[in-house]
Design a protein around this ligand. Structure first.
Ligand code: NAD
Ligand code: IPM
Ligand code: MN
Length: 349
């Protein structure tokens, strides 16, 4: 039997609740399709930070390196500043393992009433995941004085932008052949004009893909007003981050949204995690929607070569949602994490 070695980092808050749900579903799919997931759990989290002074051990990245994939719940919790927890765990993994594509599919499931006028939403946000606005370059000066200031540099490299654009154009070519680039080159004078130039350059290499670009502000409005018109949306690290929560909310809840942090060259493990965070406001209550995590696990199985198992998991989610009697609170239901997970599992035996 094929065995895949998976590093599991449940993390914080509802990460601890949705991670077991997702992996239970993934393992059930494995039993059906003749593969096994060997799980190694790591307690890297804010709790660990408070106990030991770091989110992960000094050799944490080295320890993850040999796995076939990483599955992560969510990172961050009140008590540890968010930039400390995230730059101590999630972001270093994305960067060290060259997970430069963050793939975030968005789909309106039957039976879910979208909070917008739309019936058919099926798009993918391709988010640049290792550079852009997320950088440590900059500084704070004159703390506590009238001239206090903060400077934060954004980093856009030809290599970094080109590779994610090529991935997005390629994906659009395999889907409905339409790509939208998120920009803001009317207000940002160096980085985004460069991004736009590279989009033009890469578009010439992908003549089969129709493309356009939208300023991020107008794009947000269009995503709310006519989300059905989009196919692939590519954006910088920050724009992609914002667009993915917005697009997920447009389809009912950010609790649904999955993500794959991909190292397309497979030099290092890729990482799979729901788009949402640790949701301190509902953590510990057993009410978190596990769909984002379960769908992320399906994306992991697809990445590991089990496309059919992945499709069956997503189909099972769709069936439960269409039936409508088992839904978590964020989708207007009363089911808890476990009840929803059991309903999905029942379709996979
Ligand atoms: P969040 O996604 O945790 O929560 C936003 C809102 O959505 C909350 O009201 C929450 O209850 C709700 N929500 C989120 N996921 C849900 C689910 N599965 N089911 C039902 N409701 C859900 O975002 P936030 O409040 O901005 O961040 C909280 C913490 O999580 C912060 O520390 C933040 O840095 C961190 N965070 C981590 C990740 C990650 O690990 N990838 C992602 C986003 C935020
Ligand atoms: C996400 C999260 C992270 C990000 C935060 C927690 C640093 O919002 O994965 O979408 O912005 O990348
Ligand atoms: Mn986010």
């Amino acid at each position: 039997m094929t065995t895949h070695d998976i590093a599991v980092i449940p993390g914080d808050g509802i990460g601890l609740e949705v991670t077991p749900a997702a992996l239970e579903v993934a393992r059930a799919a494995g039993r059906r399709h003749g593969f096994e997931l060997r799980l190694t759990e790591f307690d890297w989290s804010c709790e660990r930070y408070l106990r030991e002074g770091s989110m992960m051990p000094a050799d944490g990245l080295e320890r993850l390196r040999g796995f076939d994939a990483v599955f992560l719940g969510a990172v961050g919790f009140p008590g540890v500043p968010d930039h400390v927890s995230l730059w101590g765990l999630l972001i270093p993994i994305r960067r060290a393992f060259r997970q430069y594509v963050n793939l975030r599919p968005v789909r309106l499931f039957d039976g879910i009433e979208a909070p917008v006028r739309a019936t058919d939403i099926d798009l993918v946000v391709v988010r640049e995941n290792t550079e852009g606005e997320y950088s440590e370059i900059g500084g704070r000066m004159n703390r506590g004085f009238p001239d206090e200031m903060a400077v934060q540099e954004a980093v856009f490299t030809r290599t970094g932008v080109t590779r994610v654009l090529d991935y997005a154009f390629g994906l659009a070519g395999r889907r409905r052949g339409y790509l939208t680039s998120a920009t803001k080159s009317n207000g940002i004078v160096h980085t985004l004009p460069f991004w736009d130039e590279l989009v033009q350059e890469r578009a010439a290499e992908h003549p089969g893909v129709r493309w356009d670009q939208e300023h991020i502000d107008a794009l947000c409005a269009k995503l709310v007003l006519e989300p059905g018109r989009f196919d692939v949306i590519v954006g910088s690290n920050l724009f992609g981050d914002i667009l993915s929560d917005l697009a997920a909310a447009v389809t009912g809840s950010i609790g649904i949204a999955p993500s794959a942090n991909l190292n397309p060259e497979r030099e290092y493990p890729s990482m799979f995690e729901p788009v949402h965070g640790s949701a301190p406001d509902i953590a510990g209550q057993g009410v978190a929607n596990p769909i984002g995590a379960i769908w992320s696990a399906a994306m992991m199985l697809d990445h590991l070569g089990h496309g059919e198992a992945a499709e069956q998991i997503v189909a099972a989610i769709a069936t439960v949602l269409a039936k409508g009697d088992v839904r978590t609170r964020d989708l207007g239901g009363t089911a808890g994490t476990d009840e929803f997970t059991q309903a999905v599992l029942a379709l996979l035996v």
